[in-house]
Design a binder for this molecule. Sequence first.
Ligand code: 3MF
Ligand code: MG
Length: 352
Amino acid sequence: MARLKRQRGRRYCFSFGPWNISEGADPFGPPARKPIPFAKKLKMYKKMGFDGIQFHDDDAVPDLDALSTQAVGKRAAQLGKILDDEGLVPEFVAPRLWENPKTIDGGFTANSASARRYALDRARLTVDIAVELGTRNVVLWLAREGTYLREAKNAREAHDRLLHAINTILGHHPEIRVLIEPKPNEPMDHAYLPTIGHAIAMAYRSDDPTRVGGLIETAHAVLAGLDPSDEMAFALHHGKLWSVHLNDQNGLKYDQDRNFAAVDLRRAFNQVRVLEEAGYGQDGEMIGLDVKTFRTQKLTDSTAHLVNSKRFFELLVEKVRTFNRKKEAQLIADCNYEGLERMVIEHLLGAR
Ligand code: 3MF
Ligand code: MG
């Protein structure tokens, strides 16, 4: 009780990556909106109420393959200064290995030794960029680290290689942390480390378990057939929930990146509840969003999804803070789950 009171009025810090303002391309068609230049996107963050920014390595330093390591560091440092001027906080950097022609069949777990070497070099470069920008966090979404068919890779060996990649990142800088972002499928049939349980098991096997944790995306947990709030609770139990990608997902389909709370309000309420109760955010963790606007949306309104998702989160924080805990405790003590369900639904519907 005392802890909840202290948290009342606590403000969350919100973040998103520039790819969340998209051109609307999908596997079946070309872009539907004009691109907004990166510099212009940066100017939009604060106005939209966001303080944090997430990066892929090549969002931060475009064309990094064509640059020397020194030149990459210099560009990243320049960007770091721009962020300072804008008052933006870099939340993480993630190596975007899945778009590179060298890593079409995975990076760290590729069968090709040269692809694996490239992936490790790129991971080290990502660390350099993170350090220059001023964040400890490197996110690994292991997009193509998996198989289209089981026989194509040796899965046991692949896990050795993932561990090696994590240790390589840890070894490259003593303060850098690895945040594994699990996802069970897409683009692969099956991805390695598909859930936060897998990710955390790997964290404990690493050279420095205190520097390996996770980022949980709502849609990814749903795609794994799991409840996102329980996944978050599991990571929080281990002290390893260091970021989130809040969004929503309508069942087992392609990764939809729908607005947070737009598909399943109660599921969203429970995520906010778990985060709020654990004091998530008090050590600088951000409320990251990973949402896409509809392909049909006009260019002028193509950031509304971010502002709206943030608003839905904030409204749900209020719902969590105004939930009658005494009544809830009594209903639980009485095993009156019908009463508890009614209470939750009435609360979400604003019934008196
Ligand atoms: C894929 C994702 C990605 C990752 C991002 C950071 C587009 O399903 O969710 O977002 O979160 O690339 O690793
Ligand atoms: Mg994501």
